[in-house]
Write a protein that binds this ligand. Structure first.
Ligand SMILES: *Cc1c(COP(=O)(O)O)cnc(C)c1O
Length: 369
């Protein structure tokens, strides 16, 4: 019996900062900002931009106040707008599609592969004279088929914008998320693997012109105090978030390694019982989400709930099924099947081996029944 009063013993996420040393470091970083008082575009913002650019092997990084803003401003910096089409995936967080639509361009939704990432063959089928860009999402922290997407972009002369909001630190054949496209966007909201203590985002690029344009776009189109080049709003990152993220950057690799370890435990325990994420040669999945597949997904979710295990569905709908995008062009045969089967189980870095064994045992119990 499913009821909402079951005590959750394994939460999907636990965002509290419990590590004593990390907590001390973060409080110390916050105090420094209190001391200098430069709360807007203070020195930590530039330091973070420099370090993220270095981390990602890009020349420029520009801090903004969310991943959503990063996507919207990145598209604007590429002159994407009215009359253009941008092909993206049908399975993502709604911000991906909203960012495209808010520029005035039309989102077009491609099908996905079994790994939940955009299917390059579907992208190619959706290209028209109006197509200006492809915006793949490295969904769940796994890099898309970038070789193929880059070939398509080259052949049809399209821009490539990476929605890397879920994939900071993930890589394919040593090439990091954010280094494939003309421009790439990260989110550092508290749920992400590289997380702030509030809203934050980052755009990275190698192009000097885009960096310059983004600097204006993130603050009212302002070039200098008296020069305003274009219409925009305020999308700057806070100094406080930058200070926190600078500290947290030190832990990113450890967090990813821990998540990868948890994923490998799950893979061993669950192989052959439910569908588990495949990791091909060269993939370094960062496991923002660990997604299993089951043809009895809803019953499994209820069963796990009754066992005190919190799960989530990312996502139970396709972007093209949302009211705002119902009339959009799309190609989603596989995606429509997959959204009925996918289930994200707890995989955050705070979990212990015994939690993973308990969850796997419950899934086995369900599947054997
Ligand atoms: C989180 C996320 C965003 C938006 O990031 P926010 O910082 O929450 O605005 C965009 N796209 C994808 C794929 C995301 O996961």
């Amino acid at each position: 019996m499913t009821d909402n009063t079951t005590r959750i013993c394994v939460p999907f996420m636990d965002l509290r900062i419990t590590d004593k040393r990390q907590r001390k470091n973060l409080l110390c970083a916050i105090k420094k900002v209190f001391d200098h008082g430069r709360f807007i575009l203070g020195p930590e913002v530039q330091q973070l931009e420099k370090q993220v650019a270095n981390f990602c092997n890009r020349r420029y990084a520009i801090g903004v106040n969310s991943g959503t803003d990063a996507l919207y401003l990145a598209l604007r910096s590429l002159d994407i707008g009215e009359g253009d089409e941008v092909i993206t995936t049908s399975l993502s967080w709604v911000a991906t599609a909203n960012a495209i639509a808010l520029t005035g361009a039309k989102p077009v939704f491609a099908d996905i592969r079994d790994d939940l990432n955009i299917d390059p063959a579907s992208v190619e089928r959706l290209i028209t004279k109006k197509t200006k860009a492809i915006m793949p999402v490295h969904f769940t922290g796994k890099i898309c088929q970038m070789d193929q997407l880059l070939n398509i972009a080259r052949e049809y002369d399209l821009l490539l914008v990476e929605d890397a909001c879920q994939s900071f630190g993930a890589s394919f054949k040593n090439r990091l998320a954010g280094t494939f496209g003309d421009i790439a966007c990260f989110s550092m909201n508290p749920m992400k693997v590289f997380a702030g203590c509030g809203e934050a985002g980052m755009v990275v690029t190698n192009r000097k012109d885009l960096h310059k344009r983004l600097t204006a776009l993130r603050y009212n189109g302002m070039i200098d105090r008296n020069t305003f080049s274009e219409v925009s709003l305020n999308g700057r990152i806070d100094t406080l978030q930058a200070a926190i993220l600078l500290k947290r950057l030190d832990y990113v690799e450890t967090v990813i390694e821990k998540r990868r370890e948890i994923a490998s435990w799950y893979n061993d325990l669950l192989k052959g019982i439910v569908g588990t994420p495949e990791e091909e040669q060269g993939q370094r999945h960062s496991y923002y989400l660990y997604t299993i597949r089951s043809s009895s997904r809803d019953a499994l979710k209820d069963f796990l709930h009754d066992k005190g295990i919190e799960t989530q569905i990312h996502h139970p709908y396709l972007l093209c099924d949302l009211p705002a995008f119902k009339t959009a062009k799309s190609n989603t045969a596989n995606a429509s099947l997959l959204i009925k089967q996918i289930l994200c189980i707890p995989a955050n870095e705070k979990l212990l081996r015994e939690d993973i064994e308990y969850i796997a045992a419950c899934i086995k119990e369900f599947c054997n029944a």
